[in-house]
Design a protein around this ligand. Structure first.
Ligand SMILES: *Cc1c(COP(=O)(O)O)cnc(C)c1O
Length: 424
C-alpha cells in the first residue's frame, strides 16, 4: 500500500488542476481599450461601468444594478439605503463569511446571529423568526456556497414582520430559486467580484434592486452622496465606493463567459458529489438526492462536504481531525481549502470582549453553525481552484485521493499527534 504523501509517500496527483480565476485574450483587449480611452474611472453614460450594470441587470432580470468597489461596500450601501441606524438589529446567519455581519457592525448596527439549516448551510426561516425583536430592521440571507437560501420561508417570515430582505449573493451569481436569479428575490441583492467569486475583477461588487427609489439612493451612496447623473450638490451623506473602468471592463467579459462555466461546473460537481458520497466519512452538502426542486440553478462557488471523523478512525475513540484530513488531501495534490472556519459569533470581534474592535452582537442560535464549521471540507473556487472545470478523468484523482486517505487512516491517526507540530 502506497504511503500517504503527508507521511512522506508519493502524492497521488502531481499534475496541477485548472486554476481560478480564468481569462483569455478578451480580458487583455478589454483592459487595453480602457487604457487607450483615457477614461479610467467614473460611472458615466457610455462607460464600461454603465454597460456592465445594464448587462448584469438583464442577466438577473432586475431593473437596477449599481457597481461598487466590493461586496462588503455593497452590503453597507444596502443597509444604509434601507435606513439602518446605530443600535438597529439585523438578523444574519451564524455561518457565513464574516463580512455579512461586519457590514452591519461598521454602521453601528447589531448583528443578531440565527442558526443555519444543517442540510443546506443556509439560514433557517424558523431561526430568523426566533431572532426577531422590536429592534429588528432587516434580515440578510446568504446563499452560501451558491446554494439558495429557502426564500419561501424567509419571505413569509419577513413579510409577517414587514422586514426587508437583503440577499448576500457574494457566492451565488448564477444560482436561481424557482426560476428567478438570486439577487432578484429580496428587497436588495448584493454581489461580490473578489478573486474567488463566480466572476471576478480581483475586487468589485454590485447592488441590485427592483425598487426605483432605493436604486437612486444606492447610486448616490456610492458616489459621494451625489444624485445619479448630477455632479453638483451633495444632498445625501455618501461614500466613494465606485468601481474603476478597468474592473468593469473585465467583468463584462467574465459575465459573458459565465454561462459556459456554470455548465462545466455543474457537470464536475455532479460527478464529484456522486462519486464521493460512496466514500465513508464525507457527506456532500446539500445531499444531492435531497436537492430541493425549487433550486433551479446552482452557481457552484464551492463543493462542500461535512467530514465524519468517526469513519476515519476505525476505532470507537478518537479519529482523524478535519484539519489533518484536509492537509492529507492537499498533500496528495488535491486543492482543498485549509482554512479553519469559525461560526461568526465566535470571531474575536464578537466573542472576545477584550478585543480592541469588540462589537455588540446578539446570538440567538448557532449550534448547527458551529458543528458545520468544525467539519467543513471545501473544494473548488473557495480553495482558489478551477477543479470543477475538469473532466471526470481528472476528477477521479480526487476520489482516489480520498480513498487512499481512508485506507491509510490508521497510519494518519497514529501520526496525528506529531503532525500537530508540522505547519499544515
Ligand atoms: C466574499 C463575501 C463577502 C464580501 O465580499 P468582498 O467583495 O470580499 O467585500 C460577503 N459575504 C459573503 C458570503 C462572501 O462570500
Amino acid at each position: 500500500m502506497t504511503a500517504l504523501a503527508l507521511l512522506g509517500g508519493p502524492p497521488l496527483r502531481t499534475r496541477p488542476f485548472q486554476t481560478w480565476p480564468q481569462f483569455d485574450q478578451a480580458e487583455f483587449d478589454a483592459l487595453a481599450d480602457v487604457l487607450n480611452s483615457r477614461r479610467w474611472g467614473g460611472i458615466h453614460s457610455g462607460s464600461q461601468g454603465e454597460s456592465f450594470e445594464t448587462e448584469l441587470a438583464a442577466y438577473l432580470q432586475v431593473p437596477h444594478a449599481a457597481v461598487v468597489s466590493s461586496g462588503t461596500a455593497g452590503l453597507m450601501i444596502a443597509l444604509r439605503a434601507l435606513g439602518i441606524r446605530p443600535g438597529d438589529e439585523v438578523v444574519v446567519p451564524a455561518m457565513t463569511y464574516v463580512a455579512t455581519a461586519t457590514a452591519v457592525s461598521l454602521l453601528g448596527g447589531v448583528p443578531v446571529f440565527a442558526d443555519i439549516d444543517p442540510a443546506t448551510h443556509t439560514i433557517s426561516g424558523s431561526a430568523v423568526k426566533a431572532a426577531i425583536s422590536e429592534k429588528t430592521k432587516a434580515v440578510i440571507a446568504v446563499h452560501l456556497g451558491g446554494h439558495p437560501a429557502d426564500m419561501d420561508s424567509l419571505g413569509s417570515v419577513a413579510g409577517t414582520y414587514g422586514l426587508p430582505i437583503i440577499e448576500d449573493c457574494a457566492q451565488s451569481l448564477g444560482s436561481a430559486w424557482k426560476g428567478c436569479q438570486t439577487g432578484s428575490l429580496g428587497t436588495i441583492g448584493v454581489f461580490s467580484f473578489a478573486s474567488t467569486k463566480n466572476i471576478t475583477a480581483g475586487e468589485g461588487g454590485a447592488v441590485v434592486t427592483h425598487d426605483d427609489e432605493l436604486a437612486g439612493r444606492i447610486a448616490s451612496l456610492r458616489d459621494h452622496g451625489r444624485p445619479p447623473g448630477d455632479a453638483g450638490d451633495h444632498p445625501q451623506l455618501g461614500w466613494n465606493l465606485r468601481l474603476s473602468e478597468f474592473q468593469s471592463a473585465i467583468l463584462r467579459v467574465q459575465l459573458a463567459r459565465l454561462k459556459d462555466q456554470l455548465a462545466a461546473k455543474a457537470k464536475g460537481a455532479a460527478y464529484l458529489a456522486s462519486e464521493l458520497s460512496s466514500v465513508p466519512g464525507l457527506r456532500p452538502v446539500p445531499i444531492p438526492t435531497d436537492l430541493d426542486p425549487r433550486v433551479t440553478a446552482h452557481g457552484r462557488f464551492s463543493l462542500a462536504f461535512t467530514f465524519g471523523s468517526e469513519a476515519f478512525s476505525g476505532e470507537a475513540t478518537g479519529g482523524v481531525s478535519v484539519s489533518v484530513f484536509r492537509a492529507a488531501l492537499r498533500a496528495e495534490g488535491i486543492p482543498v481549502s485549509l482554512r479553519d472556519l469559525v461560526a461568526c459569533p465566535d470571531e474575536p470581534i464578537y466573542a472576545d470582549a477584550t478585543s480592541r474592535d469588540y462589537s455588540s452582537s446578539r446570538t440567538v442560535s448557532a449550534a448547527q453553525a458551529r458543528a458545520a464549521c468544525a467539519r467543513l471540507v471545501l473544494l473548488g473556487q473557495a480553495a482558489g481552484s478551477g477543479l470543477l472545470f475538469e473532466e471526470s478523468e481528472a476528477l477521479a484523482d480526487v476520489v482516489r485521493a480520498v480513498q487512499k486517505i481512508h485506507k491509510n487512516r490508521h497510519h494518519l491517526r497514529r501520526e496525528q499527534s506529531q503532525l500537530g507540530q508540522i505547519r499544515v
